[in-house]
Write a new protein. Structure first.
Ligand SMILES: [Zn+2]
Length: 399
């Protein structure tokens, strides 16, 4: 089955916007990019007036969470059954794909076990529409450091945690092996968390623990994503040899320079900070940035100055699924051009995922993850808000 797509313009992520080209999709691959007259196909789809782009990617998501202003995180973990959360995740995946995001890296089910591995399979098999998923399973935290925080409950309570706990080199290596065996594409570690005496952020794993985990993950062919909001958490992550650092709000110029040197990518998750500031009443739309937003903005500036590779990862789930575009807009507001934000959400994210040769560009041989939008998104990112055509893995969304 071949489908020819005929947009007004193409942005391929390889060069600027080009007119007069059509794209031939064969099965789940892009077979040809050429002038319209040269294409024969089983089906022709006219996308007059539209710009065709690679499908967008958000590589820090949580499909198994929903916005905290609907239900606090603790309540989602403690009161919502895994089956219930999976039903929600199916809806979230469909909304995400409809919004033009054809790939997600889902960084932890937050207490929903390996339901992400099952969802990845269901989407790949075409049982339910959703983005291509790279998943991290339960993720790994230092014992006693994560939530729901035990200090908020009577000490003899025993209840689930939002990630798998590990303490010491033996346990963390075992957790990495266990999660890889159950289908994790990435290993997610929490280098720091709000485990201080008054809930302050403190480093949680030692460098030796994280290095052992990263070495084992790499040996098993899995890259490592590290949650780190403090400079010390980031520094330990870098020295341990992780592949991406998530959040990084407290990063110093020296740490970002080290990330650049070691080719560790940065996912700024600006929307997470903005959303939490909104929920707490620290920020009103259009008003002054909250102190946390100002900190995140400063980290973003330092990372750009240090020439760190910056991908697009929003922490969606903290805020509504299907509004991932807001992360690109937040990056643009802090100084990226529209083209840079688009590259982050396509070709750069693909490289971070170790898939530079078949994802994130419109090129012959690449996978057919494509969206078409009215207008020119390079002139205005809002043009991406409601794609009129979405294809993921060669399947047309909504058909
Ligand atoms: Zn997250």
């Amino acid at each position: 089955m071949t489908i020819a797509l005929h947009p007004a313009r193409i942005w391929s992520a390889d060069d600027g916007v080009r007119a007069g080209l059509s794209v031939l999709v064969d099965g789940n691959h892009i077979a040809k990019v050429s002038p319209r007259t040269e294409l024969t196909a089983d089906e022709h789809i006219n996308l007059a007036g539209a710009t065709l782009l690679p499908g967008l990617m958000d590589i820090h998501s949580h499909l198994f969470l929903h916005p905290y202003n609907e239900t606090p995180w603790d309540d989602q973990v403690l009161k919502e059954a895994e089956a219930y959360r999976t039903v929600r995740a199916v809806n979230h995946a469909r909304d995400t794909l409809g919004a033009g995001f054809t790939t997600l890296r889902d960084l932890g089910t937050e207490g929903a076990g390996y339901a992400d591995v099952a969802l990845r399979r269901a989407i790949a098999e075409g049982l339910t529409p959703g983005p291509r998923l790279f998943v991290a399973g339960p993720a790994i935290v230092a014992t006693g450091s994560y939530g729901p925080a035990r200090r908020n409950f009577r000490p003899d309570c025993c209840f689930p945690q939002g990630a798998e706990e590990a303490s010491g080199i033996d346990q963390i290596v075992r957790a990495v092996r266990h999660q890889a065996a159950h289908g994790a594409d990435w290993i997610k570690l929490y280098a720091d968390y709000r485990a201080g005496p008054n809930g302050e952020t403190v480093p949680t794993f030692s460098i030796d623990e994280m290095r052992a985990a990263a070495d084992m993950a790499h040996s098993l062919g899995r890259p490592v994503a590290s949650h780190a909001t403090s400079d010390e958490g980031m520094r330990r992550s870098v020295l341990a040899g992780v592949d991406t650092i998530e959040h990084g709000y407290g990063g110093s110029a020296a740490t970002f320079a080290l990330m650049h040197l070691k080719k560790i990518a940065y996912l700024p998750t600006l929307m997470a900070v903005k959303s939490i500031s909104l929920y707490r009443g620290d920020y009103k739309p259009g008003g002054d940035a909250s102190p946390r937003m100002a900190e995140a903005a400063n980290a973003f500036r330092l990372a750009r100055e240090a020439q760190v590779t910056i991908g697009c990862g929003s922490d969606v789930g903290v805020f509504a699924h299907g509004t991932n575009l807001d992360e690109l807009i937040a990056m643009r507001k802090l100084g990226m051009s529209n083209a840079e934000a688009l590259a982050a959400a396509t070709a750069i994210n693909a490289a971070i995922l170790r898939r530079p040769n078949d994802l994130g560009r419109i090129r012959e041989g690449f996978l057919a993850d494509l969206i078409a939008v009215d207008g020119d998104p390079l002139a205005d990112l809002e043009a991406l808000r409601q794609p009129r055509f979405v294809m993921a893995d060669g399947r047309i969304f909504g058909r």
